[in-house]
Design a protein around this ligand. Structure first.
Ligand SMILES: [Zn+2]
Length: 423
């Protein structure tokens, strides 16, 4: 059961009322996104887009002016962060190069807006775009702040840096050498990139070599130094053990995928590298959902078996990273292959399969993710002063990860942007 009681005289979210309007939410369980246990009989108050108070329900009392949301049987948690997505891609396993050739930047931007809106309905209030062409995703940031689009916060890398002939080159980020890397970082920051993404190895782009490293340590170091000098963090796509080794040597901020591959060997896990990542506090977004989706969408046969066996290896390796003390953050690689934007719970369920408790998974998708991108003082937890980016889901999300499949309401900066039944 779910109801909203409006105490004030006909006041609704987003109205032009002059009196400041406070909203109080009374859920059954409150999960604050810090990794701490779920709290019962707690409440949260927000006003003017920010969380005003979180505390025992009997201490957060309503006045006549307040909007009161009672949510028995539901969990309240911070809006989710998807750390890895490609908003301009179509989740249809289309051949990547042909897809990019067939679409203008405007078409890609429209696709990105559509996908961003779908993410919001899945409870995602911040999404990190890890590679797109031109301004196709960067321009969504301005469109959102101008009020044209009801979409999550977007943190965009623009095109990812890649070597000549490398992975993701259709996005337009081919560079070589220290000078080339420095120049591209400066251009991307000038264009509005929130962070820098590098392809540290090949990947799913034909002609790139998944099991081999790409940029040299000195190229990665120059990228990190230039980006940090401009206040930006660097994350590196790594699907090869040798790429992880180079990224670690160059002291990057985070890794995407973190797969331990070597030529002819998908299981080249290296415990010393895992320990090194933990020691250097380099977080990893393991992007597991793509393999699950491929294994479940493809018809029975050798190709499906291939993806299923890789899925199992990756879940095992992510669990090993975690045991080594590496912080895992949640991101689905939505857009890529068959991975969609409206079912982020599938990535979170895969992380649960790595031995993480539901509370740990929520942390990986909220507070830990916000910390990994340096935004923990803005959003990612239920704490007074942070943005009111909130999610109500059916059931106890501390007990069952499946609760995250049942999104009932999503608030972004204090605005109710999605409610079950809303289109
Ligand atoms: Zn990706």
């Amino acid at each position: 059961m779910f109801w909203v009681t409006v105490c004030a005289m006909y006041s609704i979210q987003g109205c032009a009322c002059e009196a400041p309007m406070r909203t109080l939410i009374y859920p059954e369980w409150l999960i604050d996104g810090t990794g701490g246990r779920a709290k019962e009989a707690y409440a949260l108050a927000f006003e003017e887009g920010s969380i005003a108070a979180v505390g025992p329900a009997n201490e957060i009392t309503s006045s006549q002016q307040d909007v009161v949301v009672r949510a028995p049987g539901m969990s309240l948690l911070p809006g989710l962060i998807n750390m890895h997505a490609h908003l301009s891609l179509a989740s249809d396993n289309a051949p990547f190069i042909a897809y990019m050739n067939a679409h203008s930047d405007v078409a890609l931007g429209l696709r990105a807006a559509h996908n961003a809106a779908a993410s919001l309905r899945a409870g995602v209030t911040a999404i990190r775009d890890c590679g797109s062409r031109g301004r196709s995703v960067l321009d969504l940031i301005g469109a959102r702040s101008d009020g044209l689009l009801k979409i999550p916060r977007i943190l965009a890398a623009g095109c990812a840096l890649t070597i000549s002939g490398g992975h993701m080159r259709p996005f337009g980020g081919e560079v070589d050498g220290v000078d080339g890397c420095q120049q591209m970082v400066r251009r991307l920051v000038s264009a509005g990139a929130d962070f820098i993404k590098m392809a540290g190895s090949g990947g799913g782009t034909p002609g790139s070599l998944t099991d081999y490293p790409s940029f040299s340590v000195s190229e990665i170091e120059a990228t990190v130094e230039t980006a940090h000098g401009l206040g930006r963090r660097v994350t590196v796509h790594c699907t090869a053990t040798a790429a992880i080794q180079r990224a670690l040597a160059a002291r990057v901020d985070s890794l995407e995928h973190g797969y331990f591959g070597a030529p002819g060997n998908f299981q080249a896990f290296d415990q010393r590298l895992a320990d090194g990542l933990a020691e250097a506090r380099i977080s990893v977004t393991p992007t597991l959902q793509v393999f699950r989706d491929m294994a479940e969408v493809l018809p029975a046969g050798a190709e499906r078996d291939f993806w299923q066996s890789r899925r199992e290896v990756l879940v095992t390796n992510a669990a090993r990273l975690r045991r080594a003390g590496v912080r895992l953050t949640a991101g689905s690689d939505a857009g890529w292959r068959f991975t969609r934007f409206d079912n982020y719970w599938r990535e979170l369920e895969e992380m649960h399969g790595c031995g993480m408790s539901p509370i740990d998974v929520v942390h990986a998708a909220t507070g830990a993710a916000a910390e990994a991108i340096g935004r923990q003082d803005e959003f990612g937890a239920l704490r007074a002063g942070l943005s009111a980016d909130l999610l109500l889901v059916e059931g106890n999300a501390a007990e069952s990860i499946r609760a995250l499949q049942s999104v009932r309401s999503v608030y972004l900066e204090g605005h109710l942007v999605h409610q079950e039944g809303m289109s």
